[in-house]
Design a protein around this ligand. Structure first.
Ligand code: G3H
Ligand code: 13P
Ligand code: ZN
Length: 325
């Protein structure tokens, strides 16, 4: 089977849940990022979620991003879902639903429980009437997303005792939970970590007990993890070795994400790692070739490194290689 249009996550999540793997949800902002991700997925035959944030939409424009994703589907024939990442209002979700997205996230996790339910339910009703699925969120992640910065003190783990009522009352199709992941390239302070024999920071483990308790209460229901970049040290070093300044950047260890993927986690969000791969590669190129000025010359290796990074994730972290058809 060859796909020509974006799909919802319904079938993907069913298969991922029973197969003990997760779908990678990668943020896209321009053509090279879309190409790097989708070329990797094609090579290993993986289903994909390509997600667009409010900021990405403001940067590149809805139509450009939608058409880039449609082009990638035509080129690869893969099942690809086009998802709104961190929708913060009914209007934004509606605009993406009306504009051809197959999935939206309404992130009302910073609102009180009852308000989160009310807004999520409103989005679900509109989305389902239009054949679109909805991701919601309970609990608060630390870190930065768009212009919103959540400090570690203001973040809070998802309370498992709230999830059944939330899912039943809202009718959402998947649920993002907070178990210790966080957005950005600085997920933990040095003080929150220990150091390994190489002197690298080792973050505190994810709260698998919270994940297990949530899954027990929502059997068969797809769970989503945001803030799941691993912050590969090879790219941090490439950035720092070529004029960048990203001291003590640290992410979620890959083995922990693999474990989550084998459980009820069906969608794992990755953005920062793509940014690191792209930035590191371009910094190195500029450093090594100060005379070059053709954007194709530095975007080509950046796209190639995104592709290699994504291939590694699909096979070794998400376990979704060979699962496209
Ligand atoms: O969770 C947020 C994603 O990394 C998107 O980031 O809002 O800067 O596009 P952005
Ligand atoms: P990272 O910052 O860890 O890549 O998280 C991305 C994310 O959660 C997008 O919604
Ligand atoms: Zn996120």
């Amino acid at each position: 089977m060859t796909y020509t249009k974006p799909v919802t996550t319904t079938e993907m999540f069913k298969k991922a849940y029973s197969g003990g793997y997760a779908i990678g949800a990668f943020n896209v902002n321009n053509m090279e990022i879309v190409q790097g991700i989708t070329e990797a997925a094609k090579e290993v035959s993986a289903p994909l979620i390509l997600q667009v944030s409010k900021g990405a939409r403001a940067y590149a424009n809805h139509t450009y991003l939608m058409k880039l994703v449609e082009a990638a589907i035509i080129e690869t024939g893969l099942p690809i879902c086009l998802h709104l990442d961190h929708g913060d209002s009914f209007e934004l979700c509606k605009s993406c639903i009306d504009g051809g997205f197959t999935s939206v996230m309404i992130d009302a996790s910073s609102k009180p429980f009852a308000e989160n339910i009310e807004l999520t339910k409103k989005v679900v009703e509109y989305a389902h009437d239009h054949g679109v699925v909805v991701e919601a969120e309970l609990g608060t992640l630390a870190g930065v997303e768009d212009e919103v910065q959540v400090s570690a003190e203001d973040s809070s783990y998802t309370r498992p005792e709230e999830v059944e009522e939330f899912v039943t009352k809202t009718g959402c199709d998947s649920l993002a939970i907070a178990i210790g992941t966080s957005h950005g390239a600085y997920k933990f302070t040095a003080a929150q970590c220990t150091r390994n024999e190489k002197g690298e920071l080792v973050p505190p483990p994810l709260r698998f007990d919270v994940l297990e308790e949530v899954s027990k209460r929502l059997p068969g229901f797809p769970i989503v993890l945001h803030g799941s970049s691993s912050v590969p040290q090879e790219f941090v070093k490439m950035i720092n070795g070529n004029g960048g300044k990203m001291p003590d950047a640290v992410g979620i260890p890959e083995e922990q994400l693999r474990k989550a993927a084998s459980m009820s986690v069906c969608k794992i969000n990755i953005d920062s790692d793509l940014r690191l791969a792209m930035t590191g590669t371009i910094r190195q190129f500029f450093n090594e070739h100060p005379d070059k000025f053709d954007p194709r010359e530095y975007l080509k290796p950046a796209r190639a490194n995104i592709k290699e990074l994504v291939k590694h994730k699909l096979i070794h972290v998400l376990g979704c290689d060979g699962k496209a058809f």
